[in-house]
Design a binder for this molecule. Structure first.
Ligand code: MSP
Length: 648
């Protein structure tokens, strides 16, 4: 049996899942199910990226052992994926023992053969993105990806000889024009490679929560290298299975992480003499009101709350609400480009495509079947041959769309079949056929509906597995591989129910309730719905979480010296002691404090702020002061504490 191996990116555990992030795993699940429908044996992985500085910090801020924090977070991602019907073969955690072993083996091999060497890094680091950045990468001094502050990092660590693979990578891209899709992402990466590649840092000396470098236990493997290797772990690197399961047919990722997947990972694989993945597809972002949905912007739509709201307010069971969400996410927009999330659009699609078109088609078919069953008893149940061609060519066209990850186009074509059948009911007028006693015509009509629905139910399975099962259950036909779909009548198993409501139409008052269940963005106002059940808010307000708080390191500092900065009455230069180190801090407190009287006082500083030059003096932190009108007061502890003490 042919095999197909696809992967999603693995998720950072200190981010809560949102509609944008889970859309990637839903799309991957779509492909996994589609490939199974083609008869392939599918290996499909998703999971959690658990090591890193930010996870270490978050756990510390929450007062939890980091292992415990990671286990709880990973379990909640996994539970959500189970709820969303994700048919993964492996949910990988980067803390899994087999993965740690693979990371260490690969790292050691690269080191032994000279592809990893010791050096020193002096540059910038974005903790949010866990990315080393060049000065030229920064946008107004901030991370070009998430827009947050970056840290200056100067440490001894290990480097991977990425530059050595520049020519081989370029040649690979030239020989494999489909390696990265969509084409604009391919072109971007080719330009980056042509622009020249530098060796990259692949370990951290200041991060403890990571895979230890096997030959230097003072260092941990850089989280991105650790994370990329998950794909090889899933394929059983180091075991016999690897020979058949590697390479991946598809790495599905977002457009923000193409350099890691399209440059660093292929170069590592080349260095290890392993095959490269067959294709990398980089999708766009789900936005909210034009901005990327992300935790740092506080504009995330919570998938669990959305499903609960749909289910409670509209009165459908949860698996159907899940399918409605899956349908919306795959049907809206062109996969690869950004798309804006809109609850109104979701409801519109629900009412038109699901309730009106598909739900109605099933209901009408069952209704007529029950009504006219006795009239067609002795007739052969053969579908109209005139439609055979249309259904088989559509099946191939939908397949071609799904091969190219064009979910929306494939679903649109499937809905064209739904509409052809709905129109056929209007044109054939079965009630008129029954009236004139045209039993043969009636039998052909009903057999066409049942056969058409059988195709449609199988075609929608990758997108809506529950809907597909329920459609098939109602018409009593089986789930089959697409190659087994044939334009033939239903046989002896015939529908029994006289009606079924797959999706009830959403009424205007329910529609308003659903929309009201969303929290007004950034205002923090929660307008909860009142009827049926109280829905959970779907959109988070601008409030920050404990994870955000954990990013800021507040410390007690003791002032050693203070003087005014020449030519300004506002700025004061302080020499402070924080734990074992001394720092200079330039602060705008000159109008309120005489620096000389501050010596010996304790203050609160932000210790992990990126250094900044003020009047030519590098300020290594910021002190906290409160102001009201003309008044200003420095914040200070109520009792003297050892300097460097952390503030939680
Ligand atoms: N841990 C790394 C990936 C390592 S893979 C070896 C990471 N994690 S992430 O949690 O930040 O992102 C996981 C995936 O979710 C990425 O592919 C990312 O592009 C995707 N998305 C995050 N926000 C998204 C949207 N708003 N919309 C669509 N996808 C989004 O990066």
């Amino acid at each position: 049996m042919d095999r197909y191996f696809l992967t999603t990116a693995i998720y950072y555990i200190n981010d809560k899942p949102h509609v944008g992030s889970v859309s990637e795993t839903i799309a991957a699940d779509f492909i996994a199910r589609y490939q199974r429908k083609l008869g392939k044996q599918v290996l499909f992985s998703t999971g959690t990226d658990e090591h890193s500085q930010k996870v270490e910090r978050t756990a510390l801020a929450m007062g939890q052992p980091v292992e415990q924090y990671a286990a709880t977070a990973a379990a909640s991602w996994k539970a959500l994926f189970d709820r969303l019907g994700i048919s993964y073969s492996r949910f990988i955690r980067t803390t899994d023992a087999d993965h740690i072993k693979v990371v260490q083996e690969m790292f050691q091999k690269l080191y032994d053969q000279g592809d990893i060497y010791k050096g020193s890094y002096d540059g910038w680091y974005c903790v949010r993105e866990e990315a080393f950045l060049l000065e030229s990468d920064l946008v107004e001094g901030k991370c070009p990806h998430c827009g947050l502050e970056v840290q200056h990092v100067s440490e001894v660590n290990y480097f991977f000889r990425l530059s050595k693979y520049q020519d081989a990578l370029l040649a690979w891209y030239e020989q494999h024009p489909d390696f990265v899709r969509p084409p604009m992402r391919y072109n971007e990466l080719v330009n980056v490679i042509r622009g020249g590649l530098r060796d990259v840092s692949v370990s951290r000396s200041t991060v403890k929560w990571g895979v230890p470098v096997p030959f230097d236990t003072d260092q941990t493997v850089y989280v991105w290298v650790d994370a990329l290797i998950n794909y090889a772990t899933v394929a059983g690197y180091g075991t016999e299975r690897f020979a058949t399961d590697w390479p991946a047919d598809l790495h599905l990722i977002g457009k923000d992480i193409t350099r890691f997947h399209g440059i660093i990972w292929p170069a590592m694989l080349m260095a290890l003499n392993l095959l490269l993945p067959r294709r990398i597809f980089a999708h766009g972002f789900w936005n909210f009101e034009g901005e990327r949905m992300s935790k740092s912007l506080g504009n995330v739509v919570d998938p669990a709350a959305l499903i609960e709201n749909l289910s409670n307010l509209i009165g459908i069971d949860e698996p159907m609400a899940v399918d409605a969400l899956r349908y919306y996410l795959c049907r809206e927009g062109t996969y690869g480009l950004d798309v804006d999330f809109s609850s109104q659009r979701l409801l519109l699609r629900f009412n038109t495509d699901l309730a009106n078109d598909l739900g109605n088609l099933l209901n009408r078919t069952l209704n007529m079947f029950a009504k006219f069953r006795s009239q067609i008893e002795s007739q052969p149940l053969e579908p109209k041959s005139a439609l055979s061609e249309l259904f088989s060519t559509t099946l191939s066209a939908v397949s071609a769309d799904y091969d190219n990850l064009q979910f929306s186009a494939g679903l649109e074509k499937t809905w064209m079949l739904v509409n052809v059948l709905n129109k056929m009911i209007e044109d054939d007028k079965p009630w008129a056929l029954a009236k004139v006693g045209d039993a043969a015509g009636l039998a052909t009509h009903l057999a066409t509906l049942l056969t058409g629905l059988w195709y449609i139910a199988n075609l929608v399975e990758p997108c809506m597995p529950t809907v597909s099962d329920r459609l098939l259950e109602a018409i009593r036909r089986p789930q089959v591989a697409w190659s087994d779909l044939a334009w033939r009548g239903p046989g002896s198993e015939l529908p029994e129910a006289s009606s079924t409501v797959l999706f009830p139409r959403i009424q205007p008052d329910q529609l308003e309730e659903f929309l009201a269940a969303q929290t007004a963005r950034k205002t923090g106002a929660t307008t909860g719905a009142t009827a049926t059940a109280s829905p959970a808010p779907v959109v988070n307000s601008g409030l920050i979480t404990i994870d955000d708080v954990a990013k800021v390191q507040l410390r007690i500092a003791t002032i050693l010296e203070g003087e005014r900065v020449p030519e300004t009455d506002k700025l004061v230069k302080l020499r402070v002691k924080v734990g074992g180190e001394e720092r200079t801090i330039v602060a705008g407190i000159g109008k309120h404090y005489d620096p000389a009287v501050l010596v010996g006082k304790q203050i609160v500083i932000v210790a992990n702020l990126q250094p900044r030059k003020l009047k030519g003096i590098a300020s290594q932190g910021m002190l906290l002061a409160a102001s009201a009108g003309d008044e200003m007061a420095l914040l200070t502890p109520m009792t003297v504490l050892p300097d460097g003490a952390e503030i939680h």
